[in-house]
Design a protein around this ligand. Structure first.
Ligand code: DGY
Length: 436
């Protein structure tokens, strides 16, 4: 069984690997290179094709801007089957954007640091991989410096995102609170995603109006960070995004330690790491809910809803043991019933929960992969195994879908897999889970 899934996963990844040296997340729906997808994909590739794994990261980092920014989508081709494409995003408006690659002017969770360390842990030829890392690590470091110097207006060690697409959890019900504060114009545009996937599984037209409007504000200001911090109606400190930064900081500190001779960089990372973890625990923890939550920096208030992002700090060693206990208890109480697969992307006890709609409820394999590792690190072996086995069962049952209904009993609807099929990170991370 295990070998069979791994072989099928390899076929998915190989079919999605492109001539340009990167992997598309899913044919049709996502035809370019996405930042956090690339990271998770490289973990899977490292298990069987080191050259492709290295190429994946190299290609992404080649598109870095001169200010250290790494964009969320790199448009390697002129494919017009995706909206909004490069002609909408117009990364050329920023004076320091890449001259060689068209991209978006927003980013995605900073996974690349810990991915480099994972790649090193996975491969047999450590020397070869460490050499590769030596050639790439400063770009990831520069990306972290970019975040701390440009995305932390109150100097707290917590960086903001200015768009829901930067969070990776695109249409999470968490953002509904922000949409309530906005009234964007009605845009006229042709959706492409709903020609690939049923509209009931994707964000609504009105949600897209909000998404486009925020980009328009950023574009009117040539993607200037200071202006965005001043003007964007969406300005959020996201626990998932900041946990990824903290996890990657730690990886960079350890990798630089192995490489040697980078004391100033290690000192910079350490200083920020300490501040980030302290602020994270102080500002993003919600005692009443017993969970980490998002903070709306524009309107200066916490967003009181629990999502799978609330548990991601376990992966980055952020909570104390005592706090981890509370967090896991909250998770099991709300998300962990016997009638459910772990772990829904949004609180199943919340009115906004929707089991089939993208980030409004379904199980995602990348979130489960991080949760599995976090739970294991904190000693929750049994729950960790359940997260792993649930992930494998869902994939074995329906295939390498983008996301899955978390309910065990779905009535007449027997299918659980939704969104894009042959989805790369579902394949990549199942390989890693099965090899663990
Ligand atoms: C999409 O188009 O839905 C992407 O997830 C944006 O990153």
């Amino acid at each position: 069984m295990k070998e069979n899934i791994i072989n099928r996963a390899i076929s998915v990844l190989d079919a999605n690997f492109q001539e340009g040296g990167f992997t598309i997340p899913s044919k049709g729906l996502y035809p370019f290179q996405w930042k956090w997808d690339s990271g998770f994909i490289a973990v899977g590739l490292a298990h069987y094709n080191t050259d492709h794994a290295k190429k994946e990261i190299e290609t992404l980092l080649n598109a870095q801007w001169d200010n250290g920014f790494i964009p969320h989508i790199v448009f390697h081709t002129d494919d017009d089957s995706y909206f909004p494409g490069h002609d909408f995003h117009r990364s050329d408006l920023h004076p320091l954007s890449s001259k060689q690659y068209k991209s978006t002017g927003m980013t995605q969770p900073p996974v690349t640091g810990f991915i480099l360390q994972d790649m090193l842990n996975i491969v047999d030829d450590k020397e070869d991989m460490l050499n590769f890392i030596k050639g790439q690590i400063d770009k990831v470091y520069d990306n972290h410096v970019y975040f701390y110097e440009n995305r932390d207006p109150q100097n707290e060690g917590l960086v903001y995102i200015y768009h829901n697409w930067e969070s990776g959890t695109d249409n999470s019900p968490v953002w509904d609170d922000i949409w309530d504060t906005m009234n964007p114009p009605e845009y006229t545009f042709e959706r492409k995603d709903t020609t690939h996937v049923d509209a009931s599984e994707r964000p609504s037209k009105r949600e897209y109006d909000h998404y486009l409007y925020i980009i328009d504000i950023a574009k009117q200001n040539n993607y200037d960070d200071t202006k965005i911090a001043e003007l964007s109606p969406f300005l959020v400190q996201d626990p998932l995004f900041n946990a990824m930064l903290i996890k990657s900081n730690q990886a960079l500190i350890e990798l630089y330690g192995m490489i040697g001779g980078n004391d100033d960089k290690i000192a910079y990372l350490r200083k920020n790491q300490e501040k980030s973890i302290a602020s994270f625990n102080k500002k993003l923890w919600n005692t009443e809910l017993g969970a980490y939550v998002h903070y709306d920096l524009r309107n200066e208030k916490p967003i009181r809803h629990i999502s799978s992002s609330s548990f991601s700090p376990l992966f980055a060693a952020i909570p104390s043991k005592e706090r981890a206990e509370v967090l896991v208890h909250t998770m099991m109480e709300r998300f962990g019933g016997d009638d459910k697969y772990l772990c829904a992307s949004f609180d199943p006890t919340d009115d906004r929960f929707d089991p089939r709609k993208y980030w409004r409820g379904p199980v995602w394999i990348n979130m489960n992969w991080m949760l599995y590792r976090g739970l294991k690190d904190y000693g929750y072996q049994e729950i960790a195994e359940r997260v792993k086995n649930d992930s494998i069962e869902l994939i074995e049952r329906d295939g390498f879908f983008e996301y899955f209904d978390c309910r065990k009993d779905t009535g007449k609807e027997t299918r659980k897999g939704y969104g894009g099929d042959n989805f790369s990170w579902s394949a990549a991370l199942i390989i890693d889970l099965l090899k663990d």
